[in-house]
Design a protein around this ligand. Structure first.
Ligand code: SAM
Length: 305
């Protein structure tokens, strides 16, 4: 990585504090998030408000919005820095793809025909429709999301496809309206990082998973501490960072919930561009940060009950 004064003097990053009209507001919210104690309910309300707006945007406008959670930020051309490529997957429905994922959980989910699959934080239904292609007519796919606009969008997508065995529930992951031992497979894409109480969320995932069932979850975790101001910048750049916990802590929460055979199936570092680092730290600090190997990772975790 080549960090130079020249880079610093380039036009300010779209993710910096002084471009894009909505950005100052979002930065304030994020700084607030990090610096002030908020209740779990307040944090969830912020998430709900943000995803209500995103639900009304297309993938393309998320792409051009600095506030879309996986936005590559204005104008750098790349679509998404986190989302894996869904196009070409069996069951892929472009209307359900808002570009909000950070992995491909169904890739490692070992879904079989006839399975009951629960998707946590299902958004517009992207992973539900991919899962439905694997469960077939005889299976059941259940999407859970706490944002009404996302549920509406997902239900409209399911209705268009004429699926009778895909259902969406407006609910929180920490308190799902599902019986114990419902799911053969649980999937989730870039959601648990947003949940303030991850211990309760994974306990609930354990409760609804059948004995012998499993989950495949893609999520964002951190390694090492990001300086607070960089955490704000990283959230602006990548989304889904301010609520992310350390990778070890995440895997411990999974283990303490009762899951076994926990494996990280895929891991991908999210690179923060030099330009953004240099908006928040000196060149020497940026070099030290890069050397430390600390950063933001997208992981896909598999575990069994
Ligand atoms: C980053 S988006 C991912 C959406 C979807 N998984 C995808 O890949 O397109 C996060 C979603 O999780 C939902 N969500 C966040 N926290 C939640 C919670 N505690 N309970 C239920 N849904 C939640 C949001 O409403 C939003 O739709």
């Amino acid at each position: 990585m080549n960090i130079s004064e020249e880079t610093k003097s380039k036009e300010k990053s779209c993710c910096g504090p002084d471009c894009c009209s909505d950005e100052a507001v979002v930065t304030t919210i994020l700084e607030d998030d990090i610096t002030k104690e908020k209740t779990e309910e307040e944090l969830k309300q912020i998430v709900k408000d943000e995803y209500s707006k995103i639900a009304l945007q297309s993938k393309e406008s998320n792409e051009s919005s600095c506030c879309g959670s996986t936005s590559a930020c204005c104008g750098d051309g790349a679509y998404s820095i986190m989302a894996d490529e869904y196009k070409g997957l069996k069951g892929y429905n472009p209307d359900a793809d808002l570009g909000l994922g950070c992995g491909l959980p169904t890739q490692f989910a070992k879904i079989k025909a006839g399975d009951t699959v629960v998707d946590l934080g299902s958004g517009a239904g992207n992973d539900c429709f991919v899962a439905r292609a694997e469960t077939g007519e005889t299976g059941r796919v259940i999407g859970i999301d706490m944002t009404p606009a996302m549920i509406e969008k997902a239900e409209a997508n399911a209705a268009k496809l004429g699926f009778r065995n895909v259902e969406f529930h407006l609910a929180e992951i920490e308190k799902m309206p599902l019986e114990d031992n419902t799911a053969d497979v649980v999937v989730s894409n870039c959601v648990l990082n947003l949940v303030p109480n991850k211990v309760n969320a994974f306990r609930e995932v354990y409760r609804i998973t059948k004995p012998g069932g499993h989950f495949s979850i893609s999520d964002i975790v951190l390694t090492g501490e990001l300086p607070p101001q960089l955490k704000v910048a990283a959230t602006m750049y990548a989304g889904c960072v301010s609520g992310a916990v350390q990778k070890d802590e995440y895997l411990n929460i999974v283990k303490n919930a009762g899951f076994k055979d926990i494996t990280v199936q895929k891991e991908k570092m999210i690179t923060i561009p030099d330009q953004i680092l240099l908006d928040y730290m000196t060149i020497d600090e940026a070099k030290e940060f890069i050397r430390s190997g600390y950063g933001i990772y997208s992981i896909t975790v598999y575990a069994e009950k």
